[in-house]
Design a protein around this ligand. Structure first.
Ligand code: NAI
Length: 261
């Protein structure tokens, strides 16, 4: 555990499921104040708030769509109203859908870019604005993917959004480093969450994915939450502008593992 996260206020978007939920729980265990953003009502939310509180943290759940400017402003306002601060803002909400790129509709393109990239821009902007105003040397964490680096046929909108996240992260890191605000990305590989549920339900598709992971297994959301806790803590005080890949080696050219290329 990182003692400096105790009492810090952390906003996490898309936090009712998957990686976001695991991060919410982890920050709860760190005894932080957690603002759980969700878009759809979910009967497990109440339990999540309770779990965070029994771990020693505090939590509120706030509905909102990260693509809507007023909802994002309301998230920051909710953190301030309930906890009087905002120290860490995690742009986690994300969507994807598989479609041949020559058949991809403008609607689907816009949807993925809006949630994954524009939502992260809006969240970063509002959080940084608040931090500058209050003189907080805070931390922004953007959920990227191995697909900020690895091209992904049939998911061109998703890969483009994560490529955009890389530059969003690096540019904001440079711009706000003098103010002590750190901006970093996390690049998960394949993680066992609802976004992949349909794919991993098919044993062949799952085995194909595992074959691309040198460590030989699909990651757990808690393994990404651990990275987020570290990046947010003072242990990472000199780290800004990176994407920390947590991918079991997926970005390291696994086809070369035999040494013969
Ligand atoms: P997930 O589907 O459980 O989580 C995504 C969350 O975003 C959901 O709770 C969803 O309701 C929420 N969301 C969608 N649109 C929203 C909006 N407009 N406003 C607010 N919330 C919205 O899937 P997972 O895996 O936990 O995804 C979290 C992040 O991790 C995403 O950014 C995803 O791209 C990224 N990621 C996931 C990987 C994986 O293998 N699971 C790999 C690499 C990156």
């Amino acid at each position: 555990m990182y003692t400096d996260l105790q009492g810090k206020t952390v906003v996490i978007t898309g936090a009712s499921t998957g990686i976001g939920k695991a991060m919410a729980l982890r920050f709860g265990q760190e005894k932080a104040n957690v603002v759980i953003n969700y878009i759809r009502e979910d009967k497990t939310l109440e339990q999540l708030v309770q779990d965070i509180e029994s771990a020693g943290g505090k939590a509120i759940a706030v509905q909102g769509d990260v693509t809507r400017e007023e909802d994002v402003k309301a998230l920051v306002a909710a953190a301030d109203k309930s906890f009087g601060s905002l120290d860490v803002y995690i742009n986690n909400a994300g969507v994807e859908n598989e479609v041949d790129s020559d058949e991809l509709s403008l609607h689907d393109w816009n949807k993925v870019i809006n949630v994954n990239l524009t939502g992260a821009f809006l969240g970063s902007r509002e959080a940084i604005h608040y931090m500058l105003d209050k003189g907080i040397k805070g931390s922004i964490i953007n959920m990227s993917s191995v697909h900020e680096q690895i091209p992904w046929p049939h998911f061109v909108h998703y890969a483009a959004s994560k490529g955009g996240i890389k530059m969003l992260t690096e540019t904001l890191a440079l711009e706000f480093a003098p103010k002590g605000i750190r901006v970093n990305g996390i690049g998960p590989g394949a993680i066992n969450t609802p976004i992949n549920a349909a794919k991993f339900a098919d044993p062949k598709a799952k085995a194909d994915v595992v074959s691309m992971i040198p460590m030989g297994y699909i990651g757990a959301p808690e393994e990404i939450a651990a990275v987020a806790a570290w990046l947010a803590s003072k242990e990472a005080s000199y780290v800004t502008g990176i994407t920390l890949f947590a991918d079991g080696g997926m970005t390291k050219y696994p086809s070369f593992m035999g040494g013969r290329g």
